[in-house]
Design a protein. Structure first.
Length: 94
């Protein structure tokens, strides 16, 4: 179990590090919202594959719900980011 958590933590670190570099290069930090939304689904998906025991039906159902929610939210954020200027929260934080 500890190995799986270490793998997921390392994957999340790489994921957000690459995302930070992308946001910095684009100078548009609104992508952080998209990255967070996608991360929930990616973790739920990863948990189904890194376990040493077969996942229960309830765990698979819960993971599927997280993945669907994550895809819905991240797709909404993706199109909002493409169609608008940077979010004022990130402009004010600079």
């Amino acid at each position: 179990m500890l190995e799986q958590l270490a793998f997921i933590a390392a994957a999340i670190l790489v994921y957000f590090s690459v995302g930070w570099v992308y946001c910095t290069l684009r100078d548009k930090y609104s992508w952080v919202d998209f990255l967070w939304a996608m991360a929930f689904g990616l973790v739920a998906l990863t948990l189904n594959f890194v376990g040493t025991q077969p996942a229960s039906e309830a765990f698979i159902l819960l993971s599927a719900m997280f993945i669907v929610w994550s895809l819905r939210l991240s797709s909404m954020l993706f199109f909002r980011i493409l169609g608008h200027d940077e979010d004022t929260r990130y402009i004010n934080a600079r």
